[in-house]
Design a protein around this ligand. Structure first.
Ligand code: TRP
Length: 446
C-alpha cells in the first residue's frame, strides 16, 4: 500500500462516508451528552450550534481545501505551501495532539467493547439504575479490564489503518452509520414515551442564559472541534486523498449537518433518560453507560438491542480512531518512507502504553488529579479545549493570512464553480474565527 502514487478515495460517496465516519463517534454519543449535562443544558446546546455555524463548517472547508491542494500529510502541507517558514511546527503539534487524543479515546471505546460483550451475555439485563451505576464503576474502575478493552480496540484500529483507508472503512461505514441511526431513533422513541421524559427534553432545549459563562464557551468550542475532528489535521489528511473534481463546500456542510444531527439525537436520548431514571449526573464520563442500558431494559429483547448498540458504538469509534491514527501514519509513510505496517503498528503500541494511565484513571489511579480532573478527563480537557482550538486558530491564520484566500478560493472553485459564499467565508476565516478563539481563550482562562 505504500506505493509512490497517492491513494485516492474510490468514490465521492466513499469520501463522504469516511469523513462522516471520522466525525461521528464517541464525540457525539458519549462526549456530547456528558458535556451538556455538565455545562448547563440548553444554554450549552445553543452555544454549540452557534459555534458550528461560524467556526465549525467554515473550518471543515478550510482543512479540506488545504489538504486537497497540497496532496500531502499535515506536516508537509505546511512546508509545501509555505516553503522556508517554520509553519511545519504546527504539523508536529497536530501529531502530538491526535496521539494524545487516541490514547484516551481508545479507553472509552474499550468500555464500549466491554459493554458489547457484557450485553451479549445478558450481564446488564437484570439490573436497575443503581445496579447499572455500580457495574459501570466496577468495569471502568477495574484494575485491568479497561486496559484489555483499550488494547483490543487499538489492535482493530491498527489493522484497518494497515490495510489502507480506502478499503474496509468505506465499506464498513456504509452499513454502520445507517445502523446506528436506526437504533438511535428507536431509543429516542422509547425515551420520549417514558413518564417524566418531557422535563428532560425541556432542560435540553431551553437556553437558561444564566448558566452560560465563558468556561461554557470554551467547553462548547472544544466540543465542536472534537466532534468535527477539527484542528489537528484529520480532515486535512482525508482531504489530501481527494481528487480535484470534488465539491468541498457541499461536502463540508453535509459532514457538519450529519454530525450535529447525531449529537442532538444522542442528547435527546440521554438527557431525558437521566430525569426518568433519576441517574445522578455525578456519574460523569459514565452517563451514557448507565442511562442507555437502563432504557434498553425497558424494551422487549433488551439483550439484542443492547448488544447491537454497543457493537455499533464500537464501530463508530473505530471509524474515528482510524482517522486519528492516519494523521501520523500518513506523515511517517510520506516523509520518512516507513511502510504502513511498521508505522501503524509502532504508533499503536506507543499509544497503548501512553493510554494505560487513562485506562486506570477511574480505578487504581482515581486519586491522581490534575486541575481537579482525573487523568483521562485532564488529557481530554487539554487536548480538546486547548490544543484543538489552538491548532484551528493557527490553521485559519495560515490559510487566510499566509497562504492566501485567493489561492484557497481557486482551489474550491475547481470542484464547485457555482459556490457563492466565497466572500463571507473569507471574512469569517480572516476575522471572526481568530478573534472568537482568541477571545474565548483569554477570557476562559482568566
Ligand atoms: N470526531 C471524532 C468523534 O467525535 C473524534 C476524532 C476523530 C477527532 N478524529 C479526530 C477529534 C481528530 C479531534 C481530531 O468521536
Amino acid at each position: 500500500m505504500a506505493g509512490n502514487k497517492r491513494e485516492h478515495w474510490n468514490s465521492s460517496l466513499g469520501f463522504i462516508l469516511a469523513t462522516v465516519g471520522s466525525a461521528v463517534g464517541l464525540g457525539n454519543i458519549w462526549r456530547f451528552p456528558t458535556v451538556v449535562v455538565r455545562s448547563g443544558g440548553g444554554a450549552f446546546v445553543l452555544l454549540f450550534l452557534i459555534i458550528v455555524i461560524f467556526i465549525g463548517v467554515p473550518l471543515i472547508m478550510a482543512e479540506l481545501t488545504l489538504g486537497r491542494k497540497s496532496q500531502k500529510n499535515i506536516v508537509s502541507t505546511f512546508s509545501t505551501l509555505a516553503p522556508g517558514s517554520k509553519w511545519w511546527l504546527v504539523g508536529f503539534l497536530a501529531i502530538l495532539t491526535v496521539f494524545l487524543i487516541l490514547s484516551f479515546y481508545s479507553v472509552i471505546a474499550g468500555w464500549a467493547l466491554i459493554y458489547f460483550l457484557g450485553s451479549l451475555f445478558g450481564a446488564f439485563a437484570p439490573l436497575d439504575t443503581a445496579g447499572l451505576t455500580q457495574v459501570y464503576g466496577q468495569i471502568a474502575g477495574h484494575p485491568f479490564l479497561p486496559v484489555l478493552g483499550q488494547g483490543m480496540f487499538l489492535t482493530a484500529t491498527v489493522f484497518i489503518v494497515i490495510s489502507g483507508v480506502t478499503r474496509g472503512i468505506e465499506r464498513w461505514s456504509k452499513v454502520l452509520m445507517p445502523g446506528i441511526l436506526i437504533i438511535m431513533i428507536v431509543l429516542l422513541g422509547r425515551t420520549l414515551l417514558l413518564e417524566g421524559a418531557i422535563e428532560g427534553v425541556l432542560w435540553f432545549l431551553r437556553p437558561n442564559l444564566e448558566l452560560m459563562n465563558l468556561s461554557t464557551a470554551l467547553d462548547a468550542v472544544g466540543q465542536v472541534f472534537f466532534s468535527f475532528s477539527l484542528g489537528m489535521g484529520a480532515l486535512l489528511t482525508y482531504g489530501s486523498y481527494l481528487s480535484p473534481g470534488e465539491n468541498i463546500p457541499r461536502n463540508a456542510l453535509l459532514i457538519g449537518l450529519s454530525d450535529v444531527a447525531i449529537a442532538i439525537l444522542a442528547g435527546l436520548i440521554v438527557v431525558p433518560a437521566l430525569f426518568v431514571f433519576n441517574v445522578e449526573p455525578e456519574v460523569g464520563a459514565g452517563i451514557v453507560f448507565v442511562t442507555l442500558p437502563a432504557i434498553f431494559n425497558t424494551l422487549p429483547g433488551s439483550i439484542i438491542w443492547s448488544s447491537l448498540f454497543f457493537l455499533m458504538l464500537s464501530f463508530a469509534a473505530l471509524t474515528s480512531s482510524v482517522s486519528l491514527l492516519e494523521v501520523s501514519v500518513a506523515y511517517l509513510v510520506d516523509e520518512k518512507k516507513w511502510n504502513r505496517t511498521a508505522a501503524a503498528g509502532g504508533l499503536g503500541i506507543l499509544t497503548f502504553l501512553v493510554g494505560i494511565p487513562s485506562a486506570l484513571s477511574q480505578g487504581v489511579l482515581a486519586n491522581r488529579l490534575f486541575l481537579g480532573r482525573n487523568i483521562l478527563d485532564f488529557i481530554d480537557f487539554i487536548t480538546s479545549s486547548i490544543f484543538l482550538p489552538l491548532g484551528g486558530l493557527l490553521t485559519v491564520i495560515f490559510l487566510a493570512w499566509i497562504w492566501g484566500t485567493n489561492k484557497a478560493l481557486t482551489e474550491i472553485y475547481r470542484g464547485s464553480p457555482q459556490f457563492r459564499w466565497g466572500r463571507p467565508w473569507v471574512f469569517t476565516l480572516r476575522f471572526i474565527i481568530p478573534l472568537a478563539i482568541l477571545y474565548i481563550f483569554i477570557t476562559g482562562f482568566f
